[in-house]
Design a protein around this ligand. Sequence first.
Ligand SMILES: C[S@@+](CC[C@H](N)C(=O)[O-])C[C@H]1O[C@@H](n2cnc3c(N)ncnc32)[C@H](O)[C@@H]1O
Length: 256
Amino acid sequence: MISLNLGGTKNNIGQKYHLTHSEGVEVDTPHEDFGDKPLYSTMSLTKSKQRVADHGEVFTPEWMVEAMLDLVKGETERIDSRFLEPACGSGNFLVKVLQRKLAAVEVKYGKSEFEKQQYTLLGLMCIYGIELLADNIAECRANLLEIFAGYLNIEESDDLYKAGFYVLSVNLVHGDALTMRTADDKAITFAEWGYLGKGKFQRRDFLLGDLTGSSSYSAEDSLFANMGKHEIFKPFKTYPTVTAKELAAAEMGASK
Ligand SMILES: C[S@@+](CC[C@H](N)C(=O)[O-])C[C@H]1O[C@@H](n2cnc3c(N)ncnc32)[C@H](O)[C@@H]1O
């Protein structure tokens, strides 16, 4: 058995995401050492030998995630820095990034309920993932939603909860990061969310394929080296500004 802490949560997230996989999944529990740190400690880092062989599915232990994030500590503590995990599993990295962003929200906006809510949503909006396996991406969304909802102390019926749910369904993609195609064979796109203040958010959508061209575009000998990023990266869709309440309505529309 794996312990994902999903079923029976306050917000019943496991049910919302139809998570039923955790029952009967075999888990390997080796005990190896990695320097003075236990590589496999209280949590299981693999689900089955088959999945390791088929998909390289070995999860990163918490202490290693923290150490790696410390390498870009400043960015992890910035509410609007954007993180993409192209093989996100159940979100071991993304969960920690969100927690660090929320710590920053608490320091900066903890005293104003409205600002705290908007900036928590913005922090969530800046987290992106791609994952090949359906159960992993569902767990990843659920894990992030649980932290988001727990921090704001909101229930499923709350508009902010629904807005968070919607954002996660857009930002966390079930697909293949190598082919850049979704599980239903569409080009992977990402939404760039921005906060304009007064509860209003702006969304612009970009193709992942265009975004990943960025390093070759900026190479010194590239034809595009002298162009500004805004000239190369053009959104293929720009949305009217929205509030959390409107995003919640979009989620209700999408789940009908
Ligand atoms: C080594 S695990 C790492 C998971 C997570 N990043 C972590 O550190 O705990 C690799 C993950 O990538 C997923 N994966 C494998 N090939 C992929 C691909 N082409 N596109 C997206 N995800 C992929 C696997 O299903 C697995 O969940």
